[in-house]
Design a protein. Structure first.
Lengths: 76, 703
């Protein structure tokens, strides 16, 4: 199954319901919710962290966290 | 502060323009204090709401939620939970950013559930058209059941409306929860929680349980019952997650009716700038260029004011000596207090310039991009992308740099950053480096254009950064601390910095240095003055002996006085201390005179130059470095018959100053931030040992 870490730059996905337990509370509070649309905006030059836009929030998170958050890829 | 003043707490997410609004509301009527027991700065200001009504506004640290993950954020929770204390707010002013309204409303919804009267100020409304946003204000007021004001703090719009809303809200004093969330998650569970005490709202009780933070008014029985809820931690955690999702669902429902974004109208500068600033080549290139400009300006712009401060205090000192009765008090003033204050103030220009740059970089949103670029690199060394800011600040002064680590939420990463910051070349090392380099490095150009002395100074800076990085790596591998290394950084939109915000920020941080480090440096310079101007029996006879011994030589009075001063210092307490450590520092190439300078520079490094000036009898008030330099240059090592400050000794001293932890003020700050003497002592002895070994090797190889 894909995670935020497996998105390509510019690609969209939806955070799956089952990853709720893997999203740290702080990230939830910043808008990273199950069902929310998430877009990978940029990857740092050394492949980590990832710059994402979720629920209107622009955030940088580490790959380690991103790879625990499962998503459904949107078919554009 | 009068009794009738309304106490207002200002709360909001970072990057919402909270500080701008605070500055607009209070103007220059602000002061920075401390929260009792914690080290976070408390910013307060007075605002005139109407002809008859004032408000005391407290600017709380920016946070995304009441559930804290850093020290700064925990202040918000503590302030809000303690309804019983005098400072508890009457009204809460929540600042939100129009563009991120959804996320901002999460914090608002939590605060509303505390049942304190709340005003919501939606900031940056001047951006609405550009972002394609429309908002139905009256519907939003009704849905949120609170006062809502649209403002643009930077353009000074809507400020009066905020003031009026605060008064209305205070008078009405009505407060109701927004979602009444928790009861819907698990009615049984939360009903039981609610029954514990009628004195608190359900949400307050829930926060006490989840955050382990209790108001002083809570009874023992109530607390015990609350603690029982902590037994099932996984359930607690699950409900916290559910609560957040539920809040967002409610917020979405409300915004659907009141807030419309037409994305086609939005212009996107962000993504264009991001492409450049986070580019794998341009990104690092630009960051490096910015650093270069910063360091260049610190040296260029600061020289003039620093010279001015220097000469002013030298004159003040002379003035005091000449205009008061000679005696101990005059000496204390002229040789202890005035130079002590001067020694603190001289660093203000460099520190202010550095903080000016940092404030601008943070205001524009660029700093978050640096954090993003650097995180992976810093992580290899046990630090965090956010450690970059303290490491840069450290080149001005370690004290504000260590305070800047508070935003790092992982304790291990924060601790490592605190421990290695003193390796970076702070401005106090500069006078020491400058004089030693002038003594041992020839002033000539190599490869056509590179100044050799400048190159050595640059290498010392590189050495500072390199040892910080290597030190961090060693700590990373040896420290056994388990701390969750969770990292999230908001990438705010780019914006032009506001002059007002930058100005207040620079003033505030410079003040923190002057009063934080200043007190300690001043106190120590007085102690050092005492040790240098008092001594046992031999001290009292020193002057007499010199006069007797040199009676036949007919020296000019100036020279004789200098010889007396020098002999006095040799026999003073500090002179005796210098002599007693001589055996230990001889392998590094130093004699007891340098020993005195080493001891006295434990207060602060820059004291080294002044002390040497006294020892080589240049006259303590004469800060003319060429004279000190000449004296030092002509000083002969009595054992070898050669120059005392030859290349090996000079290099050994440079290395010593690069590594040694010679700053009491920094040690005091590290103690304050880590809450134990363990870490500052490890720093003191670890860095001292490193300095000793490195200087020893340097000297033994070179000589």
């Amino acid at each position: 199954m894909s995670t935020i870490a497996s998105l390509n730059i510019g690609e969209l996905g939806y955070i799956s319901e089952e990853s709720l337990d893997f999203i740290p509370l702080k990230l939830l509070e910043m808008g990273c919710l199950p069902g929310a649309e998430v877009q990978l905006i940029q990857i740092a030059p050394l492949k980590d962290p990832l710059y994402i836009c979720v629920n209107g929030s622009h955030l940088a998170i580490r790959k380690e966290t991103a790879s625990k958050i499962k998503i459904l890829k949107a078919n554009i | 502060m009068s009794k009738n003043d309304i106490k207002v707490a200002l709360i909001g997410n970072p990057n919402t323009g909270k500080t701008s609004l605070f500055n607009q509301l209070t103007g220059l009527n602000q002061k920075v204090g401390n929260y009792p027991g914690v080290t976070v700065d408390k910013k307060q200001g007075t605002s005139k709401l109407s002809a008859t009504q004032n408000a005391i506004i407290t600017d709380l640290p920016g946070t995304y939620s009441i559930n804290p993950t850093s020290i700064d954020e925990s202040i918000v929770l503590k302030t809000l939970l303690k309804k019983d204390i005098k400072e508890s707010p009457d009204v809460i002013l929540v600042v939100a950013d129009i563009e991120n309204l959804k996320r901002n409303l999460l914090l608002f919804s939590q605060i509303k559930d505390l049942e304190i009267p709340t005003v919501l100020a939606i900031n940056m409304v001047d951006q609405m058209a550009k972002k394609g946003i429309t908002i139905d204000l009256s519907a939003l007021k009704k849905e949120l059941n609170t006062e809502v004001v649209l403002v643009s703090a930077r353009k000074n719009q809507g400020i009066n409306e905020v003031k009026e809303a605060i008064i209305r809200c205070h008078v009405a004093a009505k407060a109701s929860p927004l979602c009444g969330i928790n009861s819907k998650i698990d009615p049984d569970y939360f009903n039981k929680l609610k029954e514990i005490s009628p004195n608190y709202s359900l949400y307050e009780l829930w926060l006490m349980v989840t955050q382990n933070n209790y108001p002083t008014s809570i009874t023992k029985a109530e607390k015990d019952k609350l603690l029982a809820f902590k037994e099932d931690m996984s359930k607690l955690k699950k409900y916290q997650h559910k609560e957040t999702i539920y809040r967002y669902q409610e917020i979405n429902k409300i915004l659907k009716k009141t807030y419309i974004v037409d994305k086609s109208k939005a212009t996107d500068v962000r993504s264009k700038l991001d492409k450049v600033f986070t580019h794998k080549i341009f990104g690092y290139g630009i960051f490096f260029l910015i650093l270069l400009v910063i360091f260049q300006s610190i040296f260029d712009w600061a020289t003039l004011p620093m010279d001015l401060i220097d000469s002013t205090f030298a004159e003040l000192s002379d003035f005091a000596r000449n205009s008061f009765q000679p005696g101990v008090l005059t000496d204390l003033l002229a040789e202890g207090i005035i130079p002590g204050i001067g020694g603190v103030l001289i660093f203000i220009p460099q520190i202010a310039i550095l903080f000016l740059f940092i404030a601008v970089l943070e205001e524009t949103g660029y700093m978050s991009r640096v954090v993003f670029l650097m995180d992976k690199i810093m992580r290899r060394f046990g630090m965090n992308g956010k450690s970059v800011i303290p490491l840069i600040s450290g080149t001005a002064c370690a004290i504000p740099a260590i305070m800047a680590t508070r935003t790092i939420s992982s304790w291990k990463e924060r601790l490592i950053t605190i421990l290695v910051v003193p390796f970076t070349t702070c401005s106090a090392r500069l006078p020491v480096y400058a004089i030693l380099i002038a003594l041992i490095i020839p002033n000539k150009k190599i490869i056509g254009f590179l100044n050799l002395q400048g190159l050595v100074l640059l290498l010392l800076y590189v050495l500072g950064f390199a040892s910080a990085i290597i030190g961090a790596y060693i700590l990373h591998k040896t420290l056994k601390i388990n701390s969750k290394s969770f990292f999230v950084v908001e990438m705010p939109n780019y914006k032009l910095p506001s002059v007002k915000n930058v100005f207040y920020d620079v003033v505030e941080k410079t003040k923190a240095f002057v009063f934080g480090a200043g007190k300690i440096i001043l106190a120590l310079s007085i102690i050092l003055w005492f040790l240098a101007s008092n001594g046992p029996e031999s001290y009292k006879n020193a002057a007499k002996n010199i006069v007797e011994n040199l009676a036949n030589e007919n020296l000019p009075e100036d020279e004789l006085n200098q010889k007396i001063a020098s002999a006095k210092l040799e026999n003073s307490y500090i002179g005796i201390m210098g002599k007693s450590i001589e055996p230990a520092i001889k392998p590094l190439g130093y004699d007891w005179k340098i020993g005195i300078a080493l001891i006295s520079s434990f207060a602060a490094r820059e004291v080294f130059v002044g002390t040497l000036a006294t020892i080589y009898s240049v006259g303590s008030d004469d800060e003319n470095t060429t004279t000190i330099k000449e004296k030092m240059r002509s000083e002969i090592n009595t054992e070898t018959g050669k120059k005392r400050f030859n290349f090996p000794v000079g290099m050994s001293l440079l290395i010593f100053y690069a590594f040694a932890m010679q700053c009491m003020a920094t040690l005091a700050i590290v103690k304050r931030e880590t809450k134990t003497w363990k870490w500052p002592l490890i720093q003191l002895f670890g860095m001292g040992l490193l300095a000793y070994i490195a200087s020893f090797i340097t000297y033994q190889i070179l000589s």
